[in-house]
Design a protein around this ligand. Sequence first.
Ligand code: GLU
Length: 279
Amino acid sequence: MSAIVTRFAPSPTGLLHIGHVFSALEGWRLARDNGGWFLLRIEDIDRARCRDAFEHAILEDLAWLGIDWDGEVRRQSDHLGAYASVLAELRARRLVYPCFCTRRQIAREVEKAQAAPHGPLGLIYPGTCRTLAAAEAEARLEAGDHHAWRLDVTRAMDETGPLAWRTLDGSTIPVDTGTAGDVVLARKDIPTSYHLAVTHDDHVQGVTVVTRGCDLAPATHVHCLIRRLMGWKEPLHHHHRLLLGEDGRRHAKRDRSVTVRSLREAGLTSEDVLAMAQS
Ligand code: GLU
């Protein structure tokens, strides 16, 4: 068997909190206990929300905790050209289509269709622009109209046939893209989205076990589909539980009290913080 490669992939939109530490430890331990590799990736494609200061703080906090990583840190904003190439290929194969709808239009369409508006990944797109005439879509693209590129999930599944992904503990989960709909794979000004960048990078970095919170498990169905379309190897998945605060709610970036930074400033040692993340 080849070596285990795991990764921690935070978005630098805030300080590292105790829930992140728990998540990082899941991948770190899996790699370290098995003589594998633990990679660190900064998912900073959303430049409006990401801050260099948060990226520096994440690296510093992980080092302070003794959570070390192998090789160079990969920063997604350095690889926009690679994502653009994947998008171009999917476009050439007519597996993505441009969508010109605003959020408000989508909400109105969903209401009209009396469909379930939200899946676990957010609003389910009702497919309005999927049937737009090619000439109209081209004209609107040429005119520079605001748009996103959506995966044509039905067409894609027709191409791949039924799919499944596997968990680390040996379960096989059939792919069900129904709760996601035609997800956004890129935007007019950013040639990628979370779904495209994360699958591309797990592929090029040779990740063998994707470790992340169970809140992201619904996205794995879409990721499995993208991987098969692109001929990328399917990793195993470990969707770990989310660490909950004393109030029973999951930790979030807005909870200042549980950031590594604030715990450190309050005088806790790295051992104390690691113990908290494992309690
Ligand atoms: N960047 C994502 C986040 O911070 C995690 C992505 C992943 O692990 O797949 O929520």
